[in-house]
Design a protein around this ligand. Structure first.
Ligand code: F6P
Length: 319
């Protein structure tokens, strides 16, 4: 292993820059040459490659987004796209690849690595925390705290004006951010893709609570489960109480990474380089129960069990 490539793919996540910095500096100190591949898998197809040195990653540990840019590449999912991407790997004589991203990026690494016998190591970075067998993805902690900041602000106005709020957070296929934000924000209910939501029952609870003197509610919805404006309109209609909707959207994807997101990124960057040096391949590095481990990419891509019922029961116990 003499030359490695590093790329970020899929949705950006706060802490990706800290991970790039860790990969570059750990690889350089192991006397490896490092090439940055810009715009994810698409950049590999389009030959957007530049060497990275110590200074290339200065002053980025505190920045959200990714200096390597990122993209979702439909072309890379095709055999022709991967063939083209492999020409770039050969051109720069890259011996191993570090892929920083979520489940889509890992799927790409798994098939590309197998097709061309190229060692690929994944670093889980996505606000969705949808990688199986690991505690947390890089960026998750930052995204939850961003959503929580918004919920805390919304609570002030919800209480003052005695209203119901439905707050939509990110998560097309995963309710993790919604569940954790609802728990930490003391929210009354949560709507997630992994669990059926009974709107009539929720409205009944609101009306009953209102009779007992409860004046405000915050319900969190994951984008993949329900649209906040639709739910707010239905709640207003069914309860005759005032409901408003807030869609947080991409606000959760940006911003300064928290200490937890940064330190996870530093540890996983180092671990990914060590995996390549040890000759490992087709793995994702992760911190589980405090320890740095590696899991097979295939296992990492199995649908994660979010222990939804446990978390939901706790949310309801608190209301
Ligand atoms: O990166 C994950 C994520 O933020 C999901 O939570 C969300 O559903 C999706 O990306 C949005 O993707 P895009 O930014 O491409 O619209």
């Amino acid at each position: 292993m003499k030359r490695i490539g590093v790329l970020t793919a899929g949705g950006d996540a706060p802490g990706m820059n800290a991970a790039i910095r860790s990969v570059v500096r750990c690889a350089l100190s192991a006397k490896l040459e490092v090439f940055g591949i810009f715009r994810g898998w698409q950049g590999l197809i389009d030959d957007e490659v530049k060497p990275l040195d110590h200074r290339s990653v200065s002053g980025i540990i505190n920045l959200g987004g990714t200096i390597l840019k990122t993209a979702r590449s439909a072309e890379f999912k095709t055999e022709d796209g991967q063939k083209q991407a492999y020409q770039t790997i050969k051109k720069y004589a890259i011996d191993g690849l570090i892929v920083i991203g979520g489940d889509g990026s890992f799927r790409g690494a798994h098939s590309f690595g197998a097709r061309y016998n190229l060692p690929c190591i994944g670093i889980p970075a996505s606000i969705d925390n949808d990688i199986n067998g690991i505690d947390s993805t890089i960026g998750l902690d930052t995204a939850i705290n961003t959503a929580l900041y918004a919920i805390d602000n919304i609570r002030d106005t919800a209480t003052s004006m005695e209203r119901i709020f439905v707050v939509e957070v990110m998560g097309r296929d995963s309710g993790y951010i919604a569940l954790q934000t609802a728990l930490a924000g003391g929210c009354e209910d949560v709507i997630i893709p992994e669990r059926a939501f009974d709107l009539a029952k929720a409205c009944h609870e609101i009306v009953e609570g209102n009779i007992r003197g409860k004046i405000s509610w915050i319900i969190v919805s994951a984008e993949g489960a329900a649209s906040a404006p639709d739910i707010a309109a239905k709640i207003s209609q069914l309860t005759s109480l005032e409901a408003r909707a807030v869609v947080l959207g991409h606000i959760q994807r940006g911003g300064r990474p928290t200490a937890a997101s940064r330190s996870l990124a530093l540890r996983l960057g180092e671990a990914a380089v060590e995996c390549l040096l040890k000759g490992e391949s087709d793995k994702a590095v992760a911190v589980t129960n405090g320890e740095v481990i590696s899991v097979g990419l295939e296992q990492a891509l199995v649908r994660k069990d979010l222990k939804v019922e446990q978390a939901y029961a706790l949310i309801k116990k608190m209301t």
